[in-house]
Structures are given as structure tokens and as C-alpha cells.
Design a protein around this ligand. Structure first.
Ligand code: GLN
Length: 473
């Protein structure tokens, strides 16, 4: 297929389905068509990059030169960055074509997509439900096959949880494995750029292009691009840890049953399952919300009506202008994070909150490092629940935060983790996808993806497409 034909096919899918999904905030039809024509001319001369002609979607917190990069926030509604993120530049250089920007929870704050200032994304498996978040549009767009792959960001689970709820594969690299230059900062000690695609094999190809050191990002490890491991037809030499704490109270019984069935599938592939304990897991969620909100409150101080984006005059004084800009520009969840973060960092509260959370974070990380002496990867559920109905948790911040209980520990520890589709469970007469999380040791990104790939070539749960997008039951 020519690059132009691939772009036209994606545009036709968008035309047919986007009205129902609300997955996209911007579609660059002209830009994508002209880039595709250019690639087709290059191909005629024998020039083809490793991702030649693949259209892709970009979460709206990754800069795309000259296009709206809004983070689904009113404060950045008219922002057009003068440069593209390193990951986007690398994909373009490899022949991929940026086609659209995806909807998200404002600045990445949320687990349902409902904190977007521009309307919620709907789950392609059931339009009354959430696709998860905060990379909601990226997950829905890949699940509905609008594009072959999408970029997301994962600070506490925002690639993995929506991947699980939408039945696609999502990967969060090790902290520092992929450049964050051009990613709008949420929590700098946790943020990663991740990828969503139907399968781990596709994610490997993309990661081989986007990973590796970057002179523009001093937090990026001095490593070359990821080198995929050789394909394996069994997992006989692999030890998989099963952390008890991830199967505790609060896990939906249907999710548990499906994940346990998936563990059996791993056993049939030859893997050895090893029960392990990560005793500090129960402190991870609280530690995450303190650390992430603290960093977010600091990172968001730049939206002051002077340096970026929108300005509201307020009462005409400087203080009044800043207050009015932020009150109008930020949604409810963003304001909550700024208030929480400012509180835990304030003199008098810093020791009791931020410092304690930082210590808890270290204990969570130490738990992981200890078990990685015994096992190659860990396997666990990604999300404690199936996709829930839109609106179900919108008035209950704590219930929403609990969605992240199984993804934030990995983020605190900076580990690579994938969510792979592992089957379906029924709720109210609808079949909904379940995701299995595979967690690796620091910088063992290639190992996680190779194990995910072996699982997917044996089981094929990931091949099912939502009926709305042409799949069959
Ligand atoms: N849902 C989590 C939060 O709201 C994680 C978000 C993310 O990874 N960007 O903070």
C-alpha cells in the first residue's frame, strides 16, 4: 500500500467513527497527505524508513510543530508549539506520518478521560463507558483501528490502564529510556512517553526508533536505541513472579479470573510461576498522589498568563490576572492537584507529606529490586476493574485514584511495564477487555516486550477488534 493510500484509509476510518468516539482533538489532513506524497516519491527512488508510510496519533501533550498541542486544557487552547517532540521527530525521520492529536485528561490528570476540557472520549467496546485515561484518545483510536499506533504518556498508568480498558497493547518504558523533550511536563520524576498498538511486536518496532539518548533531554539514559530480543516460541527459561499484593481486595472477580487464566497460559508456554511479595505496595498509591501532585503544582506554575497560552485580565492587577487566568484556564481536577501539591510542599507540611512520600517511594522501589533477583518479570492485573460507565466516578476523586493502584508502584520505581490484552469478561451483557500487566527490571524493556510477544503469538487475545470497528463477536 502506498503511504498516501494508508493516510486515506485512516482518514476514512476517522470520518466514519470519530463522531461516536471523541478520541481526537486535531486532524492534520493536509499535512499528512503532503508528507505521504513525499514519502511515496522517496519510495519510488528506493528510500524507505523502517516505519515507512505508517500514520500515527499523538497524545495532545506531545509537541507537534505548528499544530494545536493543548493537553486538553483551555489554558493551552491556542498554543501551537514551534518545535516537535524528539519522539515525533524520530518517527517522522523513520517514515511514519503524524496524522492526529488525541484527547486526554487535562495535563494527564485522570483515569477516565473525563477531565478533558473538550469532552470525554468513549470506549469503542461500549460507547457508554470510559476508555480509561489519561491517554484515552490514543487507546480508543488504536482499539477502533483509526491509526496503526499512537503515542501516549504514562506518569502513573496513563498508557497501561487505557490500553487494558480498550483491549490494546500499551507499553511504558523504563524511566529515562525514551526522550521526553517536547512532552509537556506533569511530574518530572515519573513522566514517560509510551506507545499503544494492537501488538507488542509493533511496539517493539516503534520503540527501536524512538528510544535512546537525546542531547535535548539530560534525564535520558546514555543508551542506544532498544534492540528487540530474538523471537521465542516458548518461555521455558523464564521465571514470572506473581505478586500477592496485586490480587488483593478491590480486584474485580472477573478480572482476577481472566488474569489467573492468563497465568495458566504462561505456564503452558513453559514459564515457571513464582509467588512473590511486595509488601510496601499498599503505600504506593498515597505516595504517588503526594509526589505526583507536588511536582505537578510546580510544573504548572508556568501557566500564569504571561509565559504561555491564555490570559484573563481579572481585576487588572498582576495577582488578579494570574488568579483569573488559572481559575478560568484549569479544570476541577487540575485545580485539585495544584492545591494538593502546593499543600504538601509548603513549609510546615513538607516533612510530614512530601518527605514521607519520598521515603515510601524508595521502599516500593526496593521491594521490586529485591524480587528481580529471583524472577525475570512480574505478571499482575493492569486495572482492578473493567471499563466503568462514564460519570460513575466523576464526583469521587478517591474512587478515581484507586483505578491507579496497580500501575503507580511501577511508575514510582521507574520500571518498564506493558499491558497486554488477555481475554474478555462480561458486564451487563457486554464483553469487555481485560489487561495483564508485565513488569520488568530497570532497563529490561526488551525483555518485557519479548515475553509479551511470545504470549501474543501463542494466544491471540489481542487480535479481537470491537464490533463498532468491524470486529465480530
Ligand atoms: N491516573 C493517574 C493520575 O491521574 C496517572 C496519570 C498519568 O499517568 N498521566 O495521576
Amino acid at each position: 500500500m502506498s503511504a498516501r493510500a494508508a493516510v486515506e484509509a485512516a482518514l476514512a476510518r476517522i470520518e466514519a467513527l470519530e463522531g461516536e468516539l471523541g478520541a481526537l482533538l486535531d486532524v492534520d489532513e493536509d499535512g499528512a497527505r503532503s508528507r505521504a506524497d513525499e514519502l511515496d516519491r522517496e519510495a519510488a527512488q528506493g528510500l524507505r524508513g523502517p516505519l515507512h508510510g505508517l500514520p500515527f496519533a499523538v497524545k495532545s501533550n506531545l509537541c507537534l510543530r505548528g499544530r494545536p498541542t493543548t493537553c486538553a486544557s483551555r489554558v493551552l487552547e491556542h498554543y501551537r508549539p514551534p518545535y516537535s517532540a524528539t519522539v515525533v521527530e524520530r518517527l517522522i525521520a523513520a517514515g511514519a506520518i503524524p496524522l492526529c492529536a488525541t484527547n486526554m485528561d487535562e495535563f494527564g490528570f485522570g483515569s477516565s478521560g473525563e477531565s478533558s476540557s473538550f469532552g470525554s472520549t468513549r470506549n469503542p467496546w461500549d460507547l457508554t463507558r470510559t476508555p480509561g485515561g489519561s491517554s484515552s484518545g490514543s487507546a480508543a483510536a488504536v482499539a477502533a483501528r483509526l491509526v496503526p499506533f499512537a503515542l501516549g504518556s504514562d506518569t502513573g498508568g496513563s498508557v497501561r490502564q487505557p490500553a487494558a480498558l480498550c483491549g490494546v497493547t500499551g507499553f511504558k518504558p523504563s524511566y529515562g529510556r525514551v526522550s521526553r523533550f517536547g512532552l509537556v511536563a506533569f511530574a518530572s520524576s515519573l513522566d514517560t512517553v509510551g506507545v499503544l498498538a494492537p501488538s507488542a511486536a509493533e511496539i517493539e518496532r516503534i520503540l527501536a526508533v524512538i528510544s535512546g539518548s537525546d542531547a535535548h533531554d539530560a534525564t535520558c539514559a546514555t543508551l542506544g536505541p532498544l534492540e528487540p530480543e530474538a523471537p521465542r516460541d516458548n518461555l521455558r527459561d523464564v521465571r514470572i513472579g506473581v505478586p500477592r499484593e496485586y490480587f488483593a481486595e478491590g480486584l474485580d472477580a472477573r478480572v482476577r479470573a481472566r488474569v489467573e487464566a492468563a497465568l495458566d497460559e504462561f505456564r503452558q508456554l513453559g514459564a515457571t510461576l513464582v509467588p512473590v511479595e511486595l509488601p510496601h505496595t499498599r503505600h504506593a498509591l498515597a505516595a504517588y498522589y503526594v509526589v505526583a501532585s507536588a511536582e505537578a503544582s510546580s510544573n504548572l506554575s508556568r501557566y500564569d498568563g504571561v509565559r504561555y497560552g491564555a490570559r484573563e485580565p481579572g481585576d487588572g492587577t498582576l495577582q488578579g490576572m494570574i488568579a483569573a487566568t488559572r481559575t478560568h484556564g484549569f479544570g476541577a481536577e487540575t485545580l485539585r492537584r495544584v492545591l494538593l501539591g502546593t499543600h504538601v510542599l509548603s513549609a510546615g507540611h513538607y516533612d510530614a507529606w512530601f518527605l514521607r512520600a519520598a521515603r515510601a517511594r524508595r521502599l516500593v522501589r526496593d521491594d521490586f529490586l529485591r524480587v528481580f533477583g529471583l524472577v525475570d518479570v512480574l505478571a499482575a492485573p493492569t486495572s482492578p476493574e473493567l471499563a466503568f460507565r462514564l460519570g460513575a466516578k466523576q464526583d469521587d476523586a478517591l474512587a478515581m485514584y484507586l483505578c491507579d493502584a496497580l500501575t503507580v508502584p511501577t511508575s514510582l520505581a521507574g520500571l518498564p511495564a506493558a499491558s497486554v490484552p488477555c481475554g474478555f469478561a462480561e458486564d451487563d451483557g457486554v464483553e469487555l477487555p481485560v489487561g495483564l500487566q508485565l513488569i520488568g527490571a530497570p532497563l529490561a524493556d526488551a525483555r518485557v516486550l519479548a515475553i509479551a510477544r511470545a504470549y501474543q503469538s501463542a494466544t491471540r487475545h489481542h487480535e479481537r477488534v470491537p464490533p463498532l470497528a468491524g470486529g465480530t463477536r
